[in-house]
Design a binder for this molecule. Structure first.
Ligand code: URP
Ligand code: ZN
Ligand code: ZN
Length: 583
């Protein structure tokens, strides 16, 4: 981006506008641990006040959020911008990718540095910083792939976790046998080393050896089309690797984070492991998994089928999306990312006659929040607090940037989404912001979208109009030793690793909102401050580090008085006991 002497960018956005003061008025603030009616005052990119009857300086811009939800900006823990893999380069670069992110309500992304085998990790990290720093429209952090193993890799991991580089997570591959895969002996050592460094090991859990052999067999039998992709790596192949990764992490006495969990078998393996592991295990799923399914691999159009190819693959079992959403709501899974890894049609064409040559990856960074809202909140499976947890706050906690990110509270970064639960639109490649001309959610009608997106205090989506500026995002250092992963004192609300990992968090047997009308009614009727959510913590919202600072007037009896109980949602199974909180 070019900036002139007065601080104006060529796109006409005043750089100094970050100094602007902004008041978001009359909205319902939603955090992962509660909701309340509150105004939010922002200055110099930081949230300065949250509450009612705030004293605001003159000249402050006001956004009226009546009937809207005011949530922490989304954190997408899994993107691939400008990644070279399988002989191609992803279409979304750090500008277009983060622009798409912001358009959809995501204000922080965590991308992956993926070194070639034999390449220095530090060199790859520096390349990524060079690609990203001047292009990002929102803040970003980096995970680093441990794609090969040697004493020098071990040493570079030690450097990468220092303050200078700010990396606290490393991804290891159990698949991509010819590119990035580690064997179990190497994986064990890499995980051990992560634990020593108090960094979080992440794994891509699929059995690469089985995939390689199945691919040979399928191709030999004449199966070359995209459906062969899923056939070569069915659910069992993912479930086995999830279990193996958990066993290795348990042997290493290390926490673990499993990226892109795509199947019921994988979730089942995780569910079992989480009950026996000595250290926490986190499960991430994808917008693609909840928003579409593997039936598309059988589409007669190669372009269509190939556009859905990613690994692990989407599953043909039509119950998978629902099961994954329920696992997210029940805290079997904790986060949802996008794994945004878009390829142009011409690149996908490389696999026209051999499914194993189709570059792996789909879109999702733009639609992640709306897709989850549509599939999980509008259907009554998840409440808005849990939505905030899985799309934002938990990522901030796990990657140790909470409460700077992932929270609407005094002193947090002003990364804020004003969410309109009534906004309707149809997702389409005609209107999306990605660099590709295909969208895996094409034609899906969603109700609920961001109306305003504020990135570090700057209004970047302004009543639906996107006004991002290239290069205005910052690199975000992620310090090792997250207390939410490794224990220790948590800065802010007293969520312990125990609460974070093992607490149920959905309302199943109350009266879920059957449709949007009901949801709207709930939002309208829940006008008393401090409505509770069925969150992992089961508490009303608090300022980090303080108790009841919000001074809420909420009381359950008041809230229920005169309310049509059919329009309220009873929180059945919050952690720490039953509750009759309503939202
Ligand atoms: O298919 C995928 N997931 N592409 C991106 C690389 C990875 O494994 O995350
Ligand atoms: Zn992966
Ligand atoms: Zn990925």
């Amino acid at each position: 981006m070019t900036v002139d002497a007065t601080g104006k960018s060529v796109s006409g956005i005043n750089i100094k506008s970050s100094q602007n003061r902004l008041l978001i008025k009359n909205g319902k603030v939603v955090n992962d641990d509660g909701m309340e009616d509150a105004d939010v005052y922002i200055e110099d990119g930081i949230i300065k006040q949250v509450g009612r009857n705030l004293i605001i300086p003159g000249g402050t811009r006001t956004i009226d959020a009546t009937g809207k939800l005011v949530m922490p900006g989304g954190i997408d823990p899994h993107t691939h911008f400008e990644l070279e893999m399988m002989g191609a380069k992803t279409a979304d670069d750090f500008y277009k990718g983060t622009r798409a992110a912001v358009a959809g309500g995501t204000t922080t992304v965590l991308d992956f540095v993926l070194p070639q085998k034999g390449q220095s990790l530090l060199e790859a990290y520096n390349n990524w910083r060079e690609k990203a720093d001047n292009k990002v429209c929102c803040d970003y952090g980096l995970h680093v792939g441990v794609t090969w193993w040697s004493p020098s890799v071990k040493k570079e991991m030690e450097q990468l976790v220092t303050e200078q580089y700010g990396v606290n997570s490393f991804k290891m591959f159990m698949a991509y046998r010819d590119a990035w895969m580690l064997d179990d002996y190497q994986l064990y050592q890499a995980i051990e080393h992560c634990a020593d460094l108090k960094a979080l090991p992440q794994v891509h859990a699929e059995n690469g050896d089985i995939i390689a052999r199945n691919t040979e067999k399928l191709l030999a039998a004449g199966v070359t089309s995209p459906e062969g992709h899923e056939m070569s790596r069915d659910e069992e192949v993912e479930g086995e690797a999830v279990n193996r990764a958990c066993v290795i992490a348990n042997q290493a006495n290390s926490p673990l984070y499993i990226v892109h969990m795509m199947s019921k078998s994988a979730v089942q393996a995780l569910r079992i492991a989480r009950s026996r592991q000595r250290q926490p295990v986190f499960g991430e799923t994808l917008a693609a998994t909840v928003g579409t399914d593997g039936s598309h691999y059988r589409n007669a159009c190669f372009r269509h089928a190939a556009a859905h190819v990613l690994s692990p693959p989407l599953r043909p079992d039509p119950d998978t999306p629902r099961a994954i959403i329920e696992a997210l709501a029940d805290d079997v899974l904790q986060l949802i990312g996008s794994d945004n890894c878009t390829f142009h049609e011409k690149d996908k064409e490389m696999g026209k006659h051999n499914f194993s040559k189709i570059p792996n990856g789909v879109n999702g960074v733009e639609d992640r929040m709306a897709i989850l809202w549509q599939k999980a909140v509008n259907t009554g499976i998840m409440d808005p607090c849990r939505f905030v947890a899985v799309t934002s706050s938990t990522a901030a906690k796990v990657f140790n940037i909470w409460p700077q990110k992932g929270r609407i509270a005094v002193n947090s970064d002003a990364d804020v989404v004003v969410w309109d639960p009534r906004a309707e639109r149809t997702i389409s490649a005609q209107t999306h912001r990605h660099a590709v001309n295909f969208n895996i959610f094409e034609g899906q009608h969603v109700i609920g979208s961001p109306q305003y997106v504020i990135v570090n205090g700057r209004v970047c989506l302004d009543d639906g109009e996107l006004r991002v500026a290239e290069g205005l995002g910052k690199f975000l250092k992620t310090p090792v030793g997250s207390p939410h992963v490794f224990g220790g004192e948590v800065p802010g609300a007293p969520a312990t690793p125990e609460e974070l990992h093992h607490s149920p968090s959905r309302y199943t047997n109350g009266t879920p909102p059957a449709d949007l009308l009901l949801l709207q009614k709930q939002l309208e009727s829940a006008s008393v401050a401090g409505s509770g959510c069925s969150t992992p913590t089961g508490r009303k919202m608090r300022e980090p580090g303080q108790r009841d600072l919000q001074n809420s007037t909420f009381s359950i009896s008041k809230e229920t008085e005169g309310l049509d109980t059919k329009t309220s949602v009873r929180v059945r199974n919050p952690p720490g006991g039953k509750s009759s909180g309503l939202w």
